[in-house]
Design a binder for this molecule. Structure first.
Ligand code: PHE
Length: 337
């Protein structure tokens, strides 16, 4: 009787193909309602004199069943391990795959820096549409009807008679039409020109425009603002230099050079040994522009300047080819993370 329970447990445990099945079988033999407990329950049927011997025999059978269980548990674990080892090889020493973190684009970093300096000086951000009218982009900015910049060579025209803005200066017009002076705005955004992409040109680049309109604004205010702006931007006490220039919407107009950010003015390859680098265009707002937005040039005046974001970013980070900014090569972009 005891022997048959042991033999049955042996064959049931030995055929179990998983730990789950084995533990289920365990309950059948060693559980409260299992075969071993049933054997113990038969104690009452045994004559009192034989009971100690019977008890010992049942306990021995129980030990045997437990040993069989343990044996088969180890058997199943060894089998599972052998299956793992026979499966595909996992090299735990290989480096893991890192999740790539996003980062702010270098052009945006430079644009933010410019806007931060403007903000310190009390300028507010103004935005305008990239698809513009000829009026806002050219006419109101005092471009004569035959000005070469209006030529299809330079300007992308849309089929509905509008155009892609060629500069951020139309935001000046929109701001002056919608607000009364005093005006102090910084207008960042994309601009478009029919240029071929090469090391230093792109048909789509970014500018930030500054505009101040108030009573009694002078060219000294322009120069002081530009000095403060360039020093804030480059975080260095660089000098600036104003050279006479021409824009239809400013009079007088200037090109602004900053002392070379690389050599500090002593001369190097980047500044072509001149010590200076041209970084922006500026000037006093032309009375014709004020008239086009209905401002009295006898009362109000101001200045404007426009700066290219790519050009400054190239100087800032020592990037020698503008195309790097547009190619989205992670090896390039991750350097700014
Ligand atoms: N709009 C000019 C350009 O695109 C830059 C500029 C802005 C010049 C404001 C003077 C004043 O080149």
């Amino acid at each position: 009787m005891l022997q048959s329970v042991i033999e049955e447990a042996d064959s049931v445990f030995a055929t179990a193909q998983s730990e789950e099945v084995l533990l289920h079988a365990k309950a059948r033999f060693l559980g409260k309602a299992g075969s071993v407990a049933a054997l113990m329950a038969r104690m009452r049927e045994i004559p009192p004199a034989d009971r100690p011997g019977f008890g010992q025999a049942v306990n021995a059978a129980k030990d045997r069943v437990e040993a069989l269980l343990q044996h088969n548990l180890l058997r199943l674990r060894a089998e599972a391990r052998n299956r793992d080892l026979a499966g595909p090889f996992v090299d735990l020493t290989l480096p893991g795959r890192r999740a790539e973190a996003g980062a702010v684009h270098p052009l945006r970093l430079v644009e933010r820096k410019m806007l931060a300096v403007f903000s310190e000086m009390g300028f507010e951000v103004a935005l305008g549409p990239e698809v513009e009218t000829d009026f806002h982009n050219f006419t109101a900015l005092n471009f004569p009807p035959d000005h070469p910049a209006r030529d299809m060579q330079d300007t992308f025209l849309t089929t509905d008679g509008r155009l892609l803005r060629t500069h951020t200066s139309p935001v000046q017009i929109r701001t002056m039409l919608a607000n009364e002076p005093p005006i102090r705005i910084a207008a960042p955004g994309a601009v478009y020109r029919c240029d071929t992409l090469d090391m230093t040109h792109s048909p789509n680049f970014r500018q930030v425009e500054g505009l101040v309109i108030d009573r009694a604004v002078t060219m000294a205010d322009l120069k002081g603002t530009l000095l403060r702006f360039t020093r804030g931007l480059f975080e260095k006490d660089l000098e600036i230099r104003l050279r006479p220039s021409f824009f239809p919407f400013t009079e007088p107009s200037v090109e602004v050079d900053v002392q070379c950010v690389f050599c500090g003015g002593s001369g190097c390859r980047v500044c072509k040994h001149s010590g200076w680098i041209e970084i922006l265009g500026a000037g006093m707002v032309d009375p014709a522009v004020l008239a086009s937005v209905g401002l009295d040039a006898e009362v109000f005046g101001g200045f404007a300047f426009g700066i290219g974001v790519e050009r400054v970013a190239m100087l800032f980070y020592g990037v020698d080819d503008i195309r790097h900014f547009y190619e989205n090569d992670h090896r390039f972009l991750s350097q700014f993370a």
